[in-house]
Design a protein around this ligand. Structure first.
Ligand code: ADP
Length: 369
């Protein structure tokens, strides 16, 4: 990639991204029926190229049962991982230009959040989700800009479970050929996180020299996530997982330095838990999930209504994401949908949440500090 071509491309992307700035984009993805799921009974009536989605209430067949939604984009079950990534690539890349970017997946358990963000278990390159593709892309571009901009890229993976932040791993790649072992705090890369007043526990650091190292680390991270946990799926559906890419870029000619970050978030399942039926640990988990998802909603909606007070501090999730929600940050939400008629009522509450988020204009807002 030649530098001038990169600059021209950047200018083009910049214009596209101006549009995104300060807005939350909502992309809805409908997952396919899975093999062995029985006779498919779908609630999805229509998926339009312009982001229109029509769903039907299985208990009210006919016109009365139809509900229409409009998002920035809707993916039908046949959309591939590559289709999805090509639409968000400009957003991912803008972290290298000094933006704060947040991409999160919202939806009930089993709706495809992890599939979109990470991919299926043991995914081949073709099935890679957003996390792998984004890291791969950022590494390639930062290497192609070598000589013009010198990048230091740190990657961190944390899990929030019951309002506790568990660190999974942290590593840093410096420059394109020489990779060194450094401390994110020394580099100042973690300053945003520190400003948010959050103590994220220290994690192991690994040197990285290639994209395949990145993939290996992601895999280690995901395996670590499973350690000590008998039922991974059970547990992962009740925790938020956040992959953060911290970027520091130094312009080799002017010496000016830019900072950007990218948060990739696989949220806990949004399903309502019947409180009358659960007790103990399960109840505590449900309460924490409710609290953090509703805090996320509160932050988004108060930014939308330009409230002076934005309640970032009400949950660990919103504290970590603070720098990437509001202001000049760019935010994208994947709304995941299970098309099965059995999931209709959960799907409707997911869609209603998404509808509130979509079209929401996030102006610069004062923080709660
Ligand atoms: P969640 O993270 O929301 O709980 P998962 O990502 O685990 O949901 O998806 C549930 C199941 O559906 C998994 O077996 C996953 O591989 C499959 N799945 C989800 N989305 C797709 C898709 N777009 N194409 C193929 N399979 C999918």
């Amino acid at each position: 990639e030649n530098y001038h071509a990169v600059l021209t491309e950047n200018r083009k992307l910049f214009n596209e991204l101006q549009e995104l700035k300060g807005n939350i984009r909502v992309f809805c993805r409908v997952r396919p029926f899975l093999p062995g799921q029985g006779a498919p009974n779908t609630v999805v009536e229509y998926v339009g190229e312009d982001g229109e989605l029509v769903v039907t209430n299985p208990t009210r067949p006919g016109k009365d049962g139809l509900r229409q939604f409009k998002f920035n984009k809707v993916y039908s079950p046949t959309a591939t991982q590559a289709d999805v990534f090509s639409d968000i690539r400009p957003l991912v890349r803008s972290a290298l230009d000094g933006y704060n970017v947040c991409i999160f997946a919202y939806g009930q358990t089993g709706s495809g959040k992890t599939y979109t963000m990470t991919g299926p278990d043991g995914a081949s390159e073709e099935d890679w989700g957003v996390n792998y593709r984004a890291l791969n892309d950022l590494f390639k571009i930062s290497q192609s800009r070598k000589g013009n901009i010198s990048y230091e890229v740190g990657v961190q993976m944390v899990e929030i479970y019951n309002e506790q932040i568990l660190s999974i791993f942290l590593f840093i790649a410096c420059g394109a050929i020489l990779f060194v072992f450094l401390d994110l705090h020394t580099l100042g890369i973690l300053s945003t996180t520190q400003q948010n007043g959050l103590a994220v526990p220290d994690a192991s650091m690994y040197p990285v020299t290639s994209t395949s190292d990145v993939i290996t680390l992601m895999d280690i991270g995901l395996q670590n996530r499973a350690v000590g946990c008998t039922a991974l799926n059970e547990r992962s559906s009740r925790s938020h997982s956040i992959v953060t890419v911290h970027v520091r870029g130094k312009d080799m000619k002017t010496g000016s330095v830019l900072y950007g970050n990218l948060h990739l978030v696989d949220l806990a399942g949004s399903e309502r838990v019947d409180r009358s039926e659960v007790t103990g640990d399960r109840l505590r988990e449900a309460q924490h999930i409710n609290k953090s998802l509703s805090s996320l909603g509160d932050v988004i909606f108060s930014l939308a209504s330009k409230n002076a007070h934005v309640p970032y501090r009400n949950s660990k999730l919103t504290q970590i994401l603070q720098s990437s929600l509001g202001g000049r940050a760019k935010t994208l939400m994947f709304v995941q949908l299970n098309p099965d008629a059995i999931s209709y009522s959960e799907s409707m509450s997911t869609l209603k949440f998404a509808e509130r988020v979509s079209g929401v204009e996030l102006g610069a807002a004062k923080t709660s500090k």
